[in-house]
Ligand binder design. Sequence first.
Ligand code: ZN
Length: 351
Amino acid sequence: MIEIPGFIDLHTHTRYPDNDKFPFIDIDDSAINGGFSTILAMPNSEIPIDSIKNLRIAQEIDKKLKTKVHRVGSLTKNLEGKELVNYKEFVENGITIFSDDGKSLIDDHLADEAFKQISKLGGAVFQHCEKSCHSKPGDIAPPNSNSDLIPINNDEELEVLERDLSLSQKYGTRYHAQHLSTFESVELIKKAKQEGLPVTAEVTPHHILLNNENLDTNNGLFKMYPPLRTEKDREGLVDGLQSEIIDVIATDHAPHKAETKNVPFKDANRGVVGLESAFPLIYSSNIFDIDQMLKFLVINPTKILTELGYEIPKTVNTWKKSKSVFITKSIFKNSLFENENIEIERVLSGV
Ligand SMILES: [Zn+2]
């Protein structure tokens, strides 16, 4: 048995508040099963977190979970990229992180204004970088032989990231790049850090463990944003973590009902679940040692959140080294790692 501090996920889609379509208890169970004690909830729920009224609705449910749930306000109303939300009101209510995750804030004029206002308020912009998100969202990374699918080139991410880094420089805005997927992005973050910008970045477990070689383009399970990319990109992201240019591993946990994933790639919803599989799969890959994993899953996300005023409870979980296969316990089975070999298992007390 080994005792390991509870992990902090900077990127969870709780789905609620959503008028009770997804059971909130499933998020709690997934976090507990995966050893996560704190999660940062993205605002793109059916009831979007773009007003204090909606924030309160979400927080009433958050209180029912054993997992500590922290909230992010959206950058724009209904995450449509057209009208900024009232950031001051959110900051006064303890919410200092803003993101339109699932979409980017594309409009340059609005982005300039958002970075300026959020900097003045001491908040942070967390950005999902996707240039065509509001116009013509893509399906899959190149190379891809399925001509029905729209390619998502590396530039989709890089153009937004570059624009944002220049805004962070202009206003001194605290900036966090979400789920980076290209090797070039790591270079941009490296340069920004060398220039002293207040910038951090995350990658997902699936982008450091998998590439797009032999990807089944008929299986909607593999549809996500950002897409799985080439081996060169995967290696770049791993190197980014090894050299501490990338700060955090975050899951982008995105539960979807089977009927929206067991469909052709083109028609599938984007996203995979990740809370339960993150640590056992990363641990079993032997890419990082335990101290590195704790840096990416505990120390760095704690630092990022506490510096922005969020409190992190200190918890410890018990794990057991044993060879088995990973099985998702959540009712949402859109995991990329089902039946993969693992070398460590969570020990749940009282279950
Ligand atoms: Zn995203």
